[in-house]
Each structure stands twice: as C-alpha cells, then as structure tokens.
Design a protein around this ligand. Structure first.
Ligand code: ADP
Length: 319
C-alpha cells in the first residue's frame, strides 16, 4: 500500500477535521501518500482530490465542520456511479480509502469494498446512531452545545412559571435528548426508543408545579415529533405558559470537545493501521474505551439503541 485517500460524507460533525488530520499524519508515519477527496462521494466520482501534506492539516484540530467538505450524492447510489468512483481511485493509483460519515456513508463504503476496493469507515455523526460503537465523533460536542443552550434557558426560566419544551436533533435516535436531558436535570425526556404516555408527561409538569418547582424542562428528540405541537398540547392541558425552542443546526457546529478530538484522533489512526494491515470491510469502533476494527456489517446488523439505563436513571433523578 502506497497511497490512500480520505473523504467526509453525509451530515458533518465536529471532530471530523481531527479525524482527517489523524489519517493524514498516521499515513505519513507509515510512509504513505495521502489524498483528500473533496465533497464526499460526489467528489470521488468526479476525481476531485488533492494531495494532503503533513502541514496541510495543521491548525484544523480545533475547527468544526470538515475542511474536505461533505455532500450527499444520489449518483453514488447507482452501480454506474460506484463504478466511476472505483475507476477514479484506480486512475489516481489509490490503494485504500477511509470514509468518515454516518450509516448512509457506511453503506457506500461497504459497496466499494464489495467492488474489490479496500474501504474503512469511521463513525462521524452528532446523532450517535451507529450500531456497534459506543460513541460516534461529534456526539459529545453536540450534547455539550445542547446543555449550554438549556442552561441558558434554565436561567431565564427560573424567573417565570412556565413549561419549556426543547426539541433536539438525533434523526431517529434519542441519544442527544437522553444525554443532554440527564445532564441538565430535565423533568421529562422523550425519545423514540422508549414509549411514553403524554398524560404522564403532563402530570409530571403539574406535579412539579405543585411541589413549588417554578419551571419544567422537557427535552424532546426530533424523532418523537414536533416540539411545537407537543408544547401546544401541554399548554392546552394545563393552561400554563409554554415556550418551545427548536435548537436546530447550532447543534452541528462549534469547536469539538476534547473528548471528540481525542476520539477522532484515535479512530483516524486506527483506520490507517487497518488499511496498512490489509484489512477491509471494517469500521472503526470504540467499545469500553478500546478503539477497534470491527466488521462494517455490525453497523447494519442491529438497530442502534441508546443506553436505556440512563433513561431509567433520569426518571428517578428528576423527581
Ligand atoms: P450519513 O452518512 O450521515 O448517514 P446519508 O444517509 O445522506 O448520510 O449518506 C451519505 C451518502 O452516502 C449518500 O448521499 C450516498 O452518496 C451514500 N449512500 C447512502 N446510502 C447508500 C447506499 N445504500 N449505497 C451506496 N451509497 C449510499
């Protein structure tokens, strides 16, 4: 193996730059040339790539987003598109590829390996919704952003008697809502993976108010439904003032936390080591604080589930 490439694909996540840096520098450590592909699979099909020197990834470890840009590419979902991609890789004498992205991007990585091109996936998404790894790059930064926002809402909330509904991201997964809700002492956390009864949620708001709590914070995962509609239902049931905040894309941005930078550095290095060893069809995962290469099918075999023990704990502690 002499030359490898790296791309970022799908939704961007803070820490992707730290992973790119780690791929480039570990590649150089092993005597490889490293190429960066611009704009994910779209750039791959077009052959849009540039050589990344050791210095070219200086000063990016602390930056959110991805310096290689990301994209969604429907053409890559077609066989013809993927064949073009492999031709570009061969034409540019690339021997192995690292794909940093979510589960959609991993399906693309799997497809490339099936076409005989060694590809390794690194889980990068704020949603933490990839099965087979305890954490994905960007999740820790996102939950820290969310708790900072909720802390601010809490400051103003104490001055009024209100219910606050905060809708957070996560696509179909409840991890962001669960971790942020627990970290912020929310009265209720609503996630798609745990059934809930709206009447019970309303009862908790009422009960909190009766015990002298001046406000209730309800954290709702976007996968459960609309925060605005939810807030309306609570308002109608209790006649309490209800404020809804949909946090949106602030959760995607910002400087990565130390945890995400370290995770990304470890995962980037591991991906290169796997390629150097001739491994393929693998994703990098962190389990019990060990960074490993596991079969990429593990990302698809089971539905991702958040740690539901945290959900039970949050219920106990929010009394
Ligand atoms: P994420 O990687 O964050 O889950 P997407 O689901 O949008 O984001 O996937 C990113 C890109 O990966 C898509 O635009 C497409 O190019 C590629 N991709 C997604 N699913 C597949 C698939 N089943 N086969 C091949 N490529 C795919």
């Amino acid at each position: 193996m002499e030359r490898i490439a790296v791309l970022t694909s799908g939704g961007d996540a803070p820490g992707m730059n730290a992973a790119i840096r780690a791929v480039v520098r570990t590649g150089h450590y092993h005597g490889l040339e490293v190429y960066g592909i611009i704009s994910g699979y779209a750039g791959l099909i077009e052959g849009n790539m540039k050589r990344l020197s050791l210095r070219s990834v200086g000063d990016i470890i602390h930056r959110g987003g991805t310096v290689l840009y990301s994209a969604r590419c429907d053409e890559f979902k077609t066989e013809a598109g993927r064949k073009n991609a492999v031709e570009q890789l061969k034409k540019n004498k690339i021997d192995g590829l690292v794909v940093i992205g979510g589960d959609g991007s991993f399906r693309g990585a799997k497809a490339l390996t099936s076409l005989g091109f060694p590809t390794i996936g690194i889980p990068g998404t704020i949603d933490n919704d990839i099965s087979g790894t305890d954490f994905t790059i960007g999740f820790d930064t996102a939950i820290n952003t969310v708790i900072e926002c909720i802390d601010r809402i809490r400051d103003t909330a104490t001055s009024h008697e209100r219910a606050y509904v905060i809708e957070v991201m996560g696509r179909n997964a409840g991890d962001i809502a669960l971790w942020a809700g627990l970290a912020d002492g929310a009265e209720s956390i609503l996630i798609p993976e745990a059934p809930f009864d709206l009447d019970e949620v309303i009862e908790r708001v009422r009960f909190a108010s009766e015990r002298g709590k001046r406000h209730s914070i309800i954290v709702l995962a976007e996968g459960v439904g609309s925060g605005v509609e939810f807030g309306e239902k609570i308002k109608q049931a209790l006649s309490v003032e209800t404020r809804v905040t949909v946090l949106g894309h602030v959760q995607r941005g910002g400087s990565p936390t130390a945890f995400d930078r370290v995770l990304a550095s470890r995962m980037g290095a591991k991906a290169v080591e796997l390629l150097v060893k001739g491994e393929k069809d693998k994703m990098v995962a962190i389990r019990n604080n060990k960074v490993l290469g596991v079969n990429i099918d593990e990302a698809f075999a089971n539905k991702h589930l958040p740690d539901l023990e945290l959900y039970e704990l949050a219920k106990i502690l929010s009394i």
